[in-house]
Design a binder for this molecule. Sequence first.
Ligand code: PGA
Length: 257
Amino acid sequence: MNHKKRLIVANWKMKLSNRESINLAEEIVDRFAGMYLNERNIEMIICPSHISLAEVGKIVDRSPIKLGVQNIFYHNTGSYTGQISPAVAHELGAEYAIIGHSEFRKYGKDTNEDVHQKIKAALDNELVPIVCVGETFDEYHDKKTEVIIIDQVTKALEDIKLKENQRIVIAYEPVWVIGSGQAIRHNIVEYIIQIIIHTTIDLDQSFADKFQVIYGGSVDEKNINDFIIGNILTGVIVGNNSLKVDSFMKIVQNIKL
Ligand code: PGA
């Protein structure tokens, strides 16, 4: 696999007001300006809540930082009250779309089929899908992690054909680790990442140089380097620790490349 960038995805979920989102985006743009993200091979992606996407988009537009949307629908326009158009997300400057986050699988009732349709819609709208997969605590406890991961990855990517300039990010996020403050042991993550890589390449050899795998779940300044492993594991999603500029900066500062 030929991966150029380490992805650091800030997932702000629904945790900030519009004013707080604007302030945090401005602080991040100011404070990260001197961190040589491009030179350090880091792509930082800020995913604010939908309501603040446009405003945060205008702020990060002045910087190398990219904008991501936390969810999309699989149609661009139509009678779909309450949905998020991927075309409009792109129009507002988003370059990435989180798809199938466990919180949206739970509260938005996203199925594996929805996730599949949303990946296609993202690709059609020049959004790089960040596809989240992961097992719940019960599934982990019942030793079903491998089966769940293979099933989610297969159903997400089956029949997807990537054009020359398209790519996909797969995020392994053990559901029970998210927000717990206690990340999973990195040797377990490495094992699951290998399963994701093999499943993806088994589906279609041509994915090989067009996808990358990242990790999410209680990433912090101390454990960040456990989850950046050569060309195998090439980035993280950060939830809680991306909500304050200091904790987020420390994570990025501590990345050894
Ligand atoms: P966390 O969230 O870093 O707070 O565990 C990660 C995520 O949900 O993407």
